[in-house]
Design a protein around this ligand. Structure first.
Ligand SMILES: [Zn+2]
Ligand SMILES: [Zn+2]
Length: 723
């Protein structure tokens, strides 16, 4: 008999250890295919591994090959193995790390389906069952309940009583998998009935359905799929819903990616209301058991639509006909762990694998998407209301954190019993603390950044989480005169409450400090929605795609804050933030206004956002990027070497620099970065027009130095297309 050889990728995180390795499958393991999850003996211990290929021969004598200990549940379909291999190369990572992202949630930790004992009527006693007259009243009641309600979990009735009925042949007891159901979305009231489409939506939908119906012609829809560029409130979600409906009708499945479900529960609610149980949800606020069960429903084909954040791009669906990326500009589509994948790029790859249509949508699309995708427009809001006027308020020379015009507008909102949203992209109370006498500033001991003052009486590092109590005196000169600089969301919440908060006008806050707990963000949004009037203050979380019709005022504080980051995306982010916040205002009969406070009123991104002029912004931004060789006109790869020893980090970065050579590419650095979590960091940036060539060169250089780096305790992180 020919031994069956499995090529197995062990799921280890070590970069220096490269699989796959051959294992000999025992006869009862022969139906384990590509993608199966195994428990294997590996390097003297037990590890998990995934089959990435099958063969009938090996370079090693079969008798000397180890056998897997077991085939485990939670393995993945073969197309995801292929996707993982591609991802490992595309993001200069390892197949093991990429595969680790795709397994059933919790499979590696042993999560399984939950089985419960279910009781069912074997025999209807009312049909003249033998011995029915010898039943007790309780037994009769149990049988009656089973007859009325159908199969019931045994624990709901009492196992002992059921066992007695089972022995008499009246009841059957059987172990069955029981689905752990995620709760339903809580914000907004979604309807199962599709609203009529506007002419704009109708026209766009026709094009989208054409792409769904001709999946093999993805190229015809532009190499990067379709970009639905629609202003806020233009009904993009209804287009997604109709496209998903058509995909299901064609017998295929669909993935819908959304930025953060906790902040956009309305979108999820609409999919559940329209399609019911055929929708599965994968997101981190669910318990592991719930996520596992949702994953199994997708794998088995019971669910055919997956809605979720970036990791839902790995949903184990067969025959995908459509992948939707909602709010495609959102930074959360980029994964911060290794591999540092971009779910939008992975979505395109997966669409090509399956012959699926890719549909991305946004009111503020990325310049990259505008350049590579076929753009369809929804230029008007579905309700026919105009976008709210935006006033830019010059804060130069202003000493109060709120401009007089902002204070007046907020007072009007309160008087009118309406709602306002105030955005300040900085949490905490004050952004730093210094001594008035000697100038000493409170810095994080682990990172070279200022500690942020929080209302609860501590200072904290927003990078590593370090906390210490609020100092009473300066530790260098002993002075008790401490200055607090800048305002964060807590301070603004406090000031607004002092100015407006009495008389039943509530002030809510939404930022990462309150959103820590499971679904706290959703709860705050639900409270704001349910309130008759009030203000919601928060970080960029308040500008996500929720829809509250009674918001008449939007305020952006310190709008140029995002412009001060040394990042080529600073302009794009600032434009998106203002436009998205403006999109939350004026959706109801009362109309709306947006106020933008800034020290840089003439900044391009702010001026264009104030005029709702996305086209002018995009064309200028593309021109600027072309001149500088930034995406989409070139690719960036960022490599960070970090170590406790600053010298080791810098010297490894220098060695990498010398090994990377790509024609026409610039290798910038090494440049020191601020210390983070107690580690010194050194950075290289590769700017290249030959993307595959640059990725290959970086991958080879990193692999060549991996063993030496781990010996010298330097970790290397590679970020292709950094955010
Ligand atoms: Zn001092
Ligand atoms: Zn820190």
């Amino acid at each position: 008999m020919v031994p069956m050889i499995a090529r197995v990728e062990p799921l280890t995180t070590a970069r220096a250890l490269r699989g796959p390795f051959d294992y000999r499958l025992r006869e009862e393991q022969h139906d384990a295919g590509v993608g199966a999850l195994l428990r294997i003996p590996f390097a003297g211990r037990t590890a998990l591994g995934v089959i990435v290929g099958l063969s009938d021969s090996s370079e090693i004598v079969p008798e000397r090959l180890a056998e897997p200990d077991a085939v485990l549940p939670g393995g993945i379909p073969a197309d995801l193995v292929e996707l993982a291999t591609w991802m490992a190369a595309e993001y200069c990572s390892t197949p093991a790390r990429a595969l680790g992202l795709m397994l059933a949630p919790g499979a590696a930790q042993g999560t399984r389906s939950r089985e419960v004992l279910v009781a069912e009527l074997a025999h209807d006693p009312s049909d003249g069952a033998d011995g029915a007259e010898r039943l007790t009243d309780r037994q009769r009641a149990i049988l009656e309940r089973l007859r009325r309600e159908g199969p019931i979990a045994a624990s709901a009735i009492g196992t002992d009583a059921l066992r007695r009925l089972e022995r008499r042949g009246l009841v059957t007891l059987e172990r069955r998998a029981q689905r752990r159901r995620p709760g339903q979305a809580t914000v907004g009231s979604a309807s199962a009935v599709a609203p009529p489409l506007t002419d704009d939506q109708q026209a766009v939908l026709g094009e989208v359905l054409g792409a769904v119906a001709r999946p093999s012609r993805l190229d015809g829809a532009g190499p990067g799929g379709i970009l639905l560029h629609g202003v806020t409130g233009s009904g993009k979600t209804e287009v997604y819903l109709r496209a998903v409906e058509a995909t299901l009708a064609a017998g295929r499945s669909a993935i819908v990616l959304v930025p953060e479900i906790g902040l956009t529960p309305q979108a999820l609610g609409r999919f559940e209301a329209r399609f019911g149980d055929v929708v599965a949800v994968l997101h981190s606020a669910l318990g592991q058991g719930e996520r596992y069960d949702e994953w199994v429903r997708l794998r088995s084909g019971e669910a055919r639509v997956c809605v979720g954040p970036r990791s839902a791009v790995f949903a184990p669906l067969a025959d995908i006909g459509l992948i939707v990326v909602d709010e495609e500009h959102d930074a959360s589509y980029k994964h911060e762990g290794d591999p540092r994948y971009d779910a939008r790029t992975v979505a395109l790859r997966r669409a090509q694998q399956h012959g699926a249509a890719l549909l991305c949508g946004s009111a503020t699309p990325r310049p990259e998407s505008v350049a590579s995708q076929r753009r369809l427009r929804l230029p008007r809001r579905v309700d026919g209301r105009p976008l709210p006027p935006v006033e830019v308020l010059d804060m130069r020379g202003q000493h109060h954190p709120l401009h007089p015009r902002t204070r007046m507008a907020l007072a009007d909102v309160r008087r009118g019993g309406r709602k306002a949203i105030v955005l300040l992209n900085r949490r905490g109370w004050s952004n730093f603390l210094s001594c008035r006498a000697c100038g000493h500033a409170w810095m994080c001991p682990n990172c070279e950044v200022a500690l942020v003052l929080h209302q609860a009486g501590f200072v904290a590092c927003h990078h590593c989480g370090h906390r210490e109590p609020l100092p009473e005196r300066c530790r260098s000169c002993g002075s008790a005169a401490l200055a607090r600089h800048g305002a964060g969301t807590q301070r603004v919440e406090h000031d607004l409450r002092a100015a407006l908060g009495d008389g039943g006008f509530p002030v809510f806050r939404l930022d990462a400090d309150i959103a820590g707990g499971k679904d706290r963000a959703g709860l705050t949004l639900a409270q704001f929605e349910a309130a008759d009037a009030g203000v919601l203050v928060g970080t960029q979380m308040v500008a996500k795609g929720h829809d509250f019709p009674d918001v008449t005022l939007g305020v952006v504080l310190d709008a140029d804050q995002t412009l001060r980051f040394p990042d080529f995306r600073a302009e794009e982010r600032t434009f998106a933030l203002i436009t998205q916040l403006a999109g939350r205002a004026g959706r109801g009969d009362a109309g709306g206004t947006v106020l933008v406070q800034t020290l840089a009123p003439e900044a391009r991104s702010i001026e264009h956002a104030a005029r709702h002029d996305a086209d002018a912004f995009l064309s200028e931004e593309l021109g600027r990027r072309q001149a500088l060789g930034y995406p989409p006109f070139g690719s960036l790869i960022r490599i960070v070497c970090s170590a406790e020893d600053a010298g080791e980090a810098a010297s490894l970065a220098k060695e990498l620099h010398d090994r990377i050579s790509v024609p026409g590419a610039a290798v910038l650095g090494p440049a020191p970065l601020f210390r983070l979590r107690g580690r010194s960091r050194s950075q290289l940036v590769i700017k290249a027009t030959d993307r595959p060539g640059a990725i290959a060169a970086v991958g080879a250089a990193v692999e060549g130095l991996a063993a030496g780096a781990s010996r010298r305790r330097v970790s290397i992180s590679v970020d292709v297309d950094p955010q």
